[in-house]
Design a protein around this ligand. Sequence first.
Ligand code: FE2
Length: 474
Amino acid sequence: MIILGVNETSHDASVSLIKDGQILFAGHAERYSKQKNDWYVNDSLIKDALQYGEPDYIAYYEKPALKASRLLLKGGAGDWKPRFDLPGVKRKSFSHHQSHAAAGYYTSPFKDAVVVVLDAIGEYNTSTVWVGEDDKLKLKFKQNYPVSFGLFYSAFTDLLGLMPNQEEYIMMGMAAYGDWKRYYKEVDEYFPNYHTQKYNFHKGIHDWGMPITEQDKFDIAAAVQVVYTTRLMEFMSMAQTITGKKNLVFMGGCALNSSANTSLWKLFNMIWIMPNPGDAGSSLGAAAALYGKHINWTTPYLGYDLGGNYPTQEILSALKKDKIAAVATGRAEYGPRALGNRSILADPRDPDIKDKVNMIKQRELFRPFAPIVLEEFASEWFDMSFTSPYMQYTVRCLQPEKIPSVVHADGTSRVQTVNRDQHPGLHMLLRKWYWDTGCPVLLNTSLNIKGQPLLNDESDILLWEQTYNTRIIR
Ligand SMILES: [Fe+2]
């Protein structure tokens, strides 16, 4: 049975195609339309997906009637009904949070787990706790709008002059420069109260009432991160208590907060966060919910296929000559992070390389860059006893003086660990880099300009090369 999962009723439209539990394709609309956070699928994306098979079913993300009633009664962004259809193909819709939960649980290595979904808002749900046992998902706890972890975080993103629902990761990066104690009390008062359902945003976060200086922004960001992490741990403890589970599946946009995610290892034995935990990952979630069984997750490289073998030697030569190499090859990553196939790689030992890459990407100069490290060396270079193949955890760097360009102001790094099974080409590149330099780490950042989608296809590569007069290795 072939199932096409479709998400186009909230930001980050995407489609996924699965056949008998194998993922054939998963891609983001924005990478084809070149419109960041595109809400709708497009012909190029659909054509790319359907070359892998003709679907027997379409599984849609979100329940249209429920979403319509929410938009009518409570307002909010998004559409209530998907536009895409295939005549003659059977269809079924799955709720926002059920799709998130299914995307996580059915791709996870666990038969037995607690599944926590935290985001801004689904149709009405904002926080849900599920038990996954023997391929069955059962809802154990739900909290509805307006009490929401995601809306709390997005409201402060907005307050700091950033784009809510898009630039939360920038506020997370700003937190390292701030004094969290300065605004902790005020920020904490804005946190939704799960017991009384009181939600102080109605008082109006925009009535903050104080002029906000540049340093205030960093201090507020730091306080938001501490409040969020503290409350997240409380919520996760509750989820563990009511389910008795030691394995965690964490999904929803909140699972992209890599700084807070690290704390979860204090509570759980094993953790799975699907590499695309936000709404873009829910086309796969809707398809998985319809399939109703575990699907075979082997790789996040599931999108547009540029073909070719991984150009290890060329990248290595460029790194030695210029200290920077842009690479686009193979299938595009499904998820917000570039994990080696649409990446800019650079020498992390050079303290000036961070500014050079920031200039290329037109990013704020305070923004950190992430390291990729050979899995076998991860615990020597970073304070971690777990793997992080999808760049989902921020940990303390143990040798910051040796790799200054991938260490944030607070001494941490958002690490991607690499082993041979996960990406043989990238693993070989890191091995050779280590043999030549004694350093098993490279800087890895997404191949895109600030605010624009990751490069996807041949036309994007040409445009980049003409615009910046630099070559992309492919
Ligand atoms: Fe969501």
